[in-house]
Design a protein. Sequence first.
Lengths: 287, 282
Amino acid sequence: MKDKQFWIIGAAITVAFLIFWMLGHPGFNSERIVMFVAIVGMAGTLIYYIRIAKRGESFFLRTIPGLKAVEEAVGRSTEMGKPVLYVPGIMDMDQVETVAGVIVLGHVARMTARYETSLNVPVSRSIVMKAGRESVRESYTLEGRPDLFHEDIVHYLTDDQFAYAAGVNGIMNREKPAACLYMGKFYAESLILAETGNSIGAIQIAGTASQAQIPFFVTACDYTLIGEEFFAASAYLSQKPELLGGVKGQDMMKAGIITVIILSVILRLFHDLGWIGWDVLNFLTVQ
Amino acid sequence: MTFGTILGAWVAVFLTLAIFSYLYKDNPFYKVAEHVFVGISAGYWASMFFWTQIQPNLFGRLWPASGYNADSFWYKIYNGLHFLTSTVFPAGGIDKGHDMHLIYLIPFALGIMMLLSVSSKLSWFARWGIAYTVGMAAGLRAYGFLNSNVIGQIKGSAMQFVGGDIPFFALIGNSIFNNIVILVGTIAGLAYFYFSKEHKGAFGKLTKLGIYFLMISFGASFGFAVMGRISLLIGRFVDLIDYSKAQYNHATIWILVVMIILLGYNAMKDRDKNLPVSKDVA
């Protein structure tokens, strides 16, 4: 019982819900109870671990080589006197990967500001350009180098997928960046970008949750952050307790999901054997 | 065949070969194609967004033709805008089949706020638009992701292992063996993304199995995508072969020959430039 307040409030909400349920739960769609349980369970787990992280408890997080390589890549660019190219994907801010990409951009911008290395961020969406500029500006200010920031660090190319890829390829060929970072949501342009980066000898780190594009990045990049590793990147890079608590909370959710999968398999087996009448598949079907 | 069709074919061939010329190295043909592509597409998408989203879906809901009343204050503003540009704001309201929804004033205001970023003093307004986009998307997608990526995955993993109609082994389709592979792969893959425990011992073996499953799936996905790309390449070659016919005045052959000559000449000039200067000449 590390967080008494959390457990007391959690128990009070559970009792209130049980009373509401026994009173006939008016206005509650009982066919979606599985969603309700999942949302409450996951939100509760996240809140719990974020709270205990904020209270000072430290968590062990295993090393992710790709994240350690980000600082090395910026350092390499500094030594070579060449820019860092950062590509935050081709989708808008309504995609969770783009949001994660812009957050990681903030961390990379802090490194480039610290090392006085040139940063180039071509984007394909106007809102991403604005968000990226805000993020980079904040990073340069936090590092005490607002003088190094200029708005052209984050610049718009085009909304078109392959025109954007052609434009970024052109930038790579002419500026010859020493490090290329691809962090966001990608589609078919992923291999075009990563192949060009490879051909100019840049150290390449990719991070995406786009399942179909991960193979291309794995093939052509030095390091690839796969799915969840990419989303955990900002916690790893910032070492902020609330974000680290979030990663720990998500880990506990994954453990919970594995348990539920095994339980569901057993319950289905029992149902198929005719030992129980309750069908877990019906329960898991959200109406 | 019309002149326009033939000209279109020549432009298509030139741009295709200019992009392909990148395989040799970065060169002026590629640069031309790249800049034309980026510039035209940026303009094209700006125009597309305006005429397919902003004009019909935003203005069309704020000042629809169905609610047109010339005496109302709201439509007096519209008539003022109509006076400025009758193409965007045609007489009698915008007829795109919508009713009036003044709730669309909110996205309209957010759009104006984004435009205020041109002013250094008012650029902070743009953050409201970004905050709205991110917050709305997070809330909207949370339910969908939870349903499809979490509960759907759990349901999909609770597979059939007993029953008369399912074989023990089948190369393709439902079988007990395949279901076991999927179940073990799902659990091992999920375990790989567990960050707060070191991948050692029995857990390490499970996560190693997980990464093997991931790599096999990536390999299959890679092969599938490469097959798709090859079919796209074949499509371009089919077009290039078509355009090399007499009816297109042998566009592919002419442009290819001219490009090779110019690139060869350029390469020779570059080689001469890079030759070391002999002492006698110096």
